[in-house]
Design a protein around this ligand. Structure first.
Ligand code: TEU
Ligand code: CA
Length: 542
């Protein structure tokens, strides 16, 4: 594969609302991000994926856009945005914009026009259907609960919304819609951005009448057109949010020969603690064997015909240290274990803000503490369906999106240094011990582990290009793999257990030099190796 900058990049995701407030209104903003660029430079990241900063009524915190070419008033101005791009570029950090074009806000000019009348020139920018026997056109459901069809009184038709009813779906079959999107993308490319993260891009080829949403027949045709009309001749990173992609589907998106996207961002591994055929709120314990199987499959299945993202967290997912680690007695050890395990794999790693200091889920006690529309709608729906408040809160504390959206804990001052005002969402009370300042000051902190992992990727082509092999003759709760490149081999070992475990792998030799570890450890002897709770390390085998 021809080497591109994003093959060796590490991306940092910023959820602007919660990153850094600069003016005391309790809402993070662009000036706040600019103030923290030096911190990100110290961490060593290559690019920032900026969750949406466009004008929005915030029904879904910016994923409902009312103007793609204006900045959300609370976040700042277009001048601030240009300054952010410029200041980031000075530090060799690229800005990747979130491209949310499956839907707009209902306050977007196009939708305001479209709903005026059936013959409005913008009507066909959205997806309208007549009622069927006085009811919804079909049984498509919204991700945020309820039917995906909303009745519009004025014109007597339903419009489609796969998310909130304030996020009407755009009609990609309409060539004019696609051209508007290309024009808008070029506007941003001209500002010198480093690429696009494409929100639910797998949905744009939908055929609503056949209840086909993901991976519709025209999806890849549209992406090839997008590539041709916009970023094709720019050296940018494009990553598609692709729920439900298999490795074969991932190749369609990301095989360089097909001129679509740089890489996919797929979720198979983070769905492993949900009951089969149910939704994300229906929990089951993680089976580590399954995790090994799924992550290894993605390591090997793409070959030279595709590229994958590596992540545990984002703004839609709970914090990994709380989810599959132990955020109480082994917060530091388990956070580092997840980092070491993931960052030495093949693919482009994404760090979600606060992950690098081991931030944890926020313990919700009452529904009044919730902000996220997905959780609130689910709460009301399940309550109406006879679930108890307690059961619903168990699901929300495990999987709710607010878990990862609490403000960044910068220091131990009030509100963790996020704001001098009242934060828009509660700060996790553990900010006095878990914060950036404390992490920076301690050379053994989670932050310094991430920093080292990023540096290893820069210094060692084996991390980017090495072949991957899962080691299978280890206990179930030990995840061990090898990377091989030219004549080098690295081994990575991670113990998911909270008990000591002894490994006997005499064939793997002894006196190996340790590259990185989360406990004190100088050399490794595989004849008899005692692993401590959540211990993880990488060694050079030769
Ligand atoms: O997420 C897509 C999406 O499907 C998520 O809402 C996901 O289903 C959910 O969190 C888990 O059940 C993208 C964005 O990342 C998300 O923040 C937006 O709310 C959504 O699209 C709509 O734009
Ligand atoms: Ca602010």
């Amino acid at each position: 594969m021809k080497s591109k900058w994003w093959h060796s990049a590490v991306i940092y995701q910023i959820y602007p609302r919660s990153f850094q407030d600069s003016n005391g209104d309790g809402i993070g903003d662009l000036k706040g991000i600019i103030r923290r660029l030096d911190y990100l430079e110290t961490l060593g990241i290559t690019a920032i994926w900026l969750s949406p900063v466009y004008q929005s009524p915030n029904d879904d915190n910016g994923y409902d856009i009312s103007d793609y070419q204006a900045i959300m008033t609370e976040f700042g101005t277009m001048e601030d945005m240009e300054e952010l791009i410029h200041e980031a570029n000075l530090r060799n950090i690229k800005i990747i914009m979130d491209l949310v074009v499956n839907h707009t806000s209902d306050e977007h000019r196009w939708f305001i026009e479209a709903r005026k009348s059936k013959d409005n020139p913008y009507r066909d920018y959205y997806i309208w259907r007549d009622p069927v026997e006085g009811d919804v056109p079909n049984s498509l459901r919204s991700t945020f609960s309820g039917s995906a069809w909303e009745f519009d009184e004025q014109t007597g038709q339903y419009f489609l919304h796969l998310f909130s009813k304030r996020q009407p779906d755009l009609n990609w079959e309409n060539e004019k819609v696609r051209q508007e999107v290309w024009k808008m993308m070029n506007f941003w490319l001209d500002k010198g951005i480093g690429g696009f993260r494409m929100d639910v891009i797998d949905l744009v080829g939908k055929i609503p009448d056949e209840e086909i949403t993901g991976n519709g027949p025209k999806l890849h045709e549209y992406l090839q057109e997008m590539n041709r009309e916009t970023f094709g001749n720019h050296d940018v990173l494009t990553v598609g949010e692709t729920w439900g992609a298999t490795p074969d589907i991932a190749k369609l998106y990301s095989d360089p020969k097909r001129n679509e996207l740089s890489m996919v961002f797929q979720f198979e591994h983070v769905g492993l603690d949900q009951q089969d055929g149910k939704d994300k709120w229906d929990l089951k314990p993680l089976d580590i064997q399954e995790l090994k199987r799924v992550l290894s499959k993605w390591q090997t299945a793409l070959g030279n015909e595709g590229w994958n993202s590596l992540f545990w967290n984002n703004h839609d997912l709970p914090r990994i240290v709380s989810r599959w680690g132990n955020d109480k007695s082994y917060q530091v050890e388990s956070a580092k274990m997840f980092a070491i395990l993931l960052h030495l794999m093949k693919g482009t790693p994404y760090i979600y803000q606060g992950e690098e200091i081991g931030m944890t889920n926020y313990p919700v006690q009452d529904v009044s503490e919730l902000n996220d529309i997905e959780s609130i709608n689910m709460y009301n729906e399940r309550l109406a369906n006879g679930y108890s408040k307690e059961e619903i809160l168990v699901s929300i504390n495990a999987k709710g999106r607010d878990n990862a959206r609490t403000p960044i804990q910068w220091d131990d001052s009030e509100n963790g240094g996020f704001t001098t005002g009242t934060p828009w969402l509660h700060v996790n009370p553990n900010y006095k011990s878990i914060n950036v300042q404390a992490n920076l000051a301690n050379p053994n902190s989670i932050f310094h582990c991430y920093r080292k992992l990023i540096q290893l990727r820069k210094d060692h082509p084996i991390v980017i290009w090495g072949d991957f092999e899962l080691v299978t003759d280890v206990p179930d709760h030990v995840f061990m793999y090898l990377r091989q490149y030219e004549n080098q081999t690295w081994a990575v070992v991670a113990n998911f257990g909270e008990e000591e475990t002894v490994l006997h792998l005499p064939d793997r030799g002894q006196n190996h030099e340790v590259i990185i570890s989360n406990y004190e450890r100088e050399t490794v002897d595989f004849h008899s190796l005692t692993l401590r709770p959540y211990e993880a390390f990488a060694v050079k085998l030769g």
